[in-house]
Every structure is written in structure tokens, then in C-alpha cells.
Design a protein around this ligand. Structure first.
Ligand code: CTP
Length: 404
């Protein structure tokens, strides 16, 4: 994919060197377009060395090539990081007073701006209005991260982590450089991901191998299609794109509570988490010791609430689309799909995404192969490939079921 990385003059400009690295290491062809002021912070040599392309900041450099036309036109994706208050103002006004601003006017793919500035500048009515104008035009203006700013003060204004910016921006475009459809704009989505842990005592738990990758891919894909996303993350240790609200949880009971709270106002709830079906009847308050005589230990387990079945049969909202996952292995009683069909009927969900697990398939791997069933157990689509492409296939099926 061809990416233009615009860099403005702010202390956070050095973080864009890391962002550039992430983008080129992911195999993308990146042209860096710095503003003049940014050279006060990071020099041209850094951008040229890391991108492997010559770098210019002025429309009058490289005139025969008409750089601003070529650079803007050829980009599948444009990212401005950090975006200063000045750049937001110039872009909102449609100015073309340097190569970056001119290239933005030529952009035909998605444009992501990652602002970084002092809190006062971010909250100034002029900046607020410029951000609103840009967002109304479809520019993806990220909310700055909250934390320590340059100097002793703190508040919203920090550049989000380069990993988070990259994850967000790259999700906006498919493998062929086409922009993702914006068919979830205005929708609220809740996705659960990861694997729950049920405490045995203060140091031990019953858990599972779920990495949370498929759930994160679903949350990322929904955000890329314009949804407001809450990710209820059970013991997940992977980067999540900026803009996705993360609610960390540990046990199934905590996951249930968080999903139901966020789900009350959601258009879609996706249960991609691997939730424990049983938990210890009691969690010991002190560490369980082994007995001196070498005797074994018998644990009493009690069933947990089936969160998906509860969401499916007793709807939080009448028009909510409820999506479940079914990780299955075939056995003497039936194939993966037979079990999936039975589960679709039993859970009351609108869609059930069935995948085969075991022997290294499904858990923790980058790829997945699924069949999506409707509530009656009938297949509506099959998808195979990266967890990202599977996630988009699931959203394609969801979008058809959303209330108008
Ligand atoms: N699920 C849930 N609450 C549980 C168990 C599972 O919400 N206590 C959800 C999962 O998030 C997933 C779906 O139910 O969307 C199916 O999970 P799976 O583990 O495949 O099935 P189970 O219902 O646990 O049935 P079984 O283990 O007997 O196959």
C-alpha cells in the first residue's frame, strides 16, 4: 500500500519515526511530507533514511514532478502525526500553503490525523470547530491520549502510541488499497474478547488459551467502518487501536457485567470471548496448600451464566444484533458444523460464527476459517484468511441485519 505520512512541528514528531518504521516493516511504501517547522524537531535525513525516499516540504521543490499532485494522488492512505493546531486549521480552511496541506487537498483515500498539542490548544473553540469540520468531511481525527505533556502539565494532548495509530490507520484500507466501507457510522458496538480466568485461590485460576486476536480484529474492523466501539477485554495482552474504548475484565462474572452495561445502548453485541463454562464453587481466600500425606485435590465446579444465551433470549434492546462464536471440534456425535447448528438454535443469537479449534488451529494463530450461521442454523457465509478479513466478513453479515 502507498502511504503518505505528514509530520508537523511538535515535540511528538520523534514518535513518528517509530510510526514510519512500523509502516515500512509491515511492507508499505511510505512517503514522508514534513512541514517546515517539523525540521526543528526531526531532520530530513531521518525521514529519508527510514522511508528510503527523498523528502521535501515545499510545493516549489521538485516543480517538474508537480510533487503535491503526484504524492496526494498516488496515496492509498494519508496519516498526519503529529497534527498540530496549525495544520488542523489549515486543513479545515482548505489551504495549500505547503506541500503537506496541498497534498491533503489531493487525497482520495482515507485521511487520519493524530493531533498532539497542549490541552488548552486542543480545547480552544477554534480547534474544536476545525476538528468538527474535518470530521464532518470524513477525516479521521483521532482523540489525543491523556497524560503528561511537554513540561510539567498533563491532560489530553499526547500523541497516541505509534502502534495504536498504525493499527487504526491500516485497518481503514483493505489489502488491495481500497478504503473500507463506512457502513457502521453512528452505530454503537460491543465486542468481548480474550479468555476469562476463574480464581481458585489468590494465586491460581482456571483459564483457557484464547489470545483475544479475533475479538480485537472484530473491534478494529468495526472502528474502521465507523462504529463507536467498546472492547470488553478478558486478560488480553495485545495492542488495541486508538479510539476503541477498552474495559478490562478478569472473570466471566465481570465480563457479563461489563458486556451488559455497555450493551444496554449498543446496536450490536459480539461475544468473541472464550468464557469459562464452570468456575470453582468457592475461591479460597488463602493459597491452597498441598497436604503432607500427598493426597490429591478434588475441586467442586459450578456452572457459570451463559452470557450469549442470556443476551440472545432476553434482549437488552429489541433491535439489537447479537453475534456469538462457537469454537468446535468434531466428535462421535457430529461434525464441527453439526455442533455449530445445534448451538445456533440453543443460543438465540442472530448470527453464530463457527470455527474449528484444536491442533494449533484457531487459538492464537493469525488466520481463521469460519462459517457464519443465522439464528436457525442456516449458513449465511463462509470466510477464510486473516482474522482481519474474517472480521470484515462477519461485519458484512451484521450490516445486513441492522435496523435502518
Ligand atoms: N459464551 C458465553 N457465556 C458462557 C460460555 C460461552 O457467552 N458462559 C459464549 C461465547 O462467548 C461464544 C459462545 O457462547 O460466543 C459459544 O462458546 P463455546 O465455548 O463455543 O460454547 P459453549 O456455550 O461454552 O458450549 P460447549 O462448551 O458445551 O460447546
Amino acid at each position: 500500500m502507498r502511504i503518505v505520512l505528514g509530520v508537523c512541528g511538535g515535540v511528538a514528531a520523534y514518535k513518528s519515526a517509530l510510526l514510519l518504521r512500523l509502516l515500512t516493516e509491515a511492507g508499505h511504501d511510505v512517503r514522508v511530507v514534513p512541514t517546515r517547522a517539523s525540521s526543528e524537531f526531526v531532520g530530513r535525513a531521518t525521514w529519508e533514511a527510514l522511508s528510503g525516499h527523498p523528502v521535501t516540504a515545499d510545493v516549489f521543490d521538485d516543480v517538474p514532478e508537480v510533487a503535491h499532485v503526484r504524492i496526494g494522488q498516488s496515496a492509498d492512505l494519508m496519516i498526519v502525526a503529529p497534527a498540530t493546531a496549525d495544520l488542523l486549521a489549515r486543513a479545515a480552511a482548505g489551504r495549500a500553503d505547503d506541500l503537506l496541506a496541498a497534498s491533503l487537498l489531493m487525497a482520495h483515500g482515507p485521511v487520519v490525523m493524530a493531533p498532539a498539542m497542549h490541552t488548552e490548544m486542543w480545547r480552544h473553540p477554534a480547534t474544536v470547530a476545525n476538528v468538527a469540520t474535518l470530521r464532518a468531511r470524513g477525516v479521521h481525527v483521532l482523540d489525543p491520549a491523556v497524560g503528561r505533556l511537554t513540561g510539567p502539565d498533563s491532560g489530553p494532548g499526547r500523541l497516541p502510541d505509534p502502534e495504536q495509530i498504525a493499527a487504526y490507520a491500516l485497518a481503514l484500507v483493505d489489502a488491495d488499497g481500497r478504503a473500507r466501507p463506512q457502513d457502521l457510522v453512528g452505530r454503537r458496538v460491543v465486542v468481548s474478547a480474550g479468555g476469562t480466568r476463574e480464581a481458585l485461590d489468590p494465586v491460581r485460576y482456571l483459564g483457557n488459551h484464547s489470545s483475544g486476536r479475533q475479538g480485537i480484529a472484530l473491534a478494529t474492523a468495526a472502528a474502521a467502518r465507523g462504529a463507536q466501539v467498546t472492547l470488553v477485554a478478558a486478560n488480553v495482552d495485545l495492542p488495541v487501536p486508538t479510539g476503541v474504548e477498552v474495559v478490562p475484565v478478569g472473570s466471566g462474572a465481570q465480563l457479563r457485567e461489563a458486556v451488559r452495561a455497555a450493551g444496554a445502548t449498543a446496536d450490536v453485541v459480539v461475544m468473541a470471548a472464550a468464557v469459562a463454562d464452570f468456575r470453582p464453587a468457592a475461591s479460597a481466600t488463602a493459597k491452597i496448600k498441598k497436604s503432607a500425606d500427598g493426597a490429591g485435590l478434588t475441586l467442586e465446579l459450578v456452572p457459570t451464566t451463559d452470557i450469549l444465551a442470556e443476551l440472545g433470549h432476553d434482549r437488552l434492546r429489541a433491535d439489537q444484533v447479537v453475534v456469538g462464536f462457537a469454537a468446535e471440534t468434531g466428535d462421535a456425535h457430529g461434525s464441527v458444523l453439526d455442533h455449530g447448528r445445534a448451538k445456533a438454535l440453543h443460543k438465540g443469537a442472530d448470527l453464530l460464527v463457527v470455527n474449528a479449534v484444536g491442533d494449533g488451529v484457531g487459538f492464537g494463530t493469525p488466520d481463521n476459517a469460519v462459517t457464519v450461521l443465522d439464528g436457525a442454523g442456516e449458513p449465511v457465509l463462509a470466510a477464510e484468511g486473516s482474522k482481519e478479513s474474517v472480521a470484515h466478513a462477519v461485519w458484512d453479515a451484521v450490516v445486513l441485519r441492522l435496523r435502518p
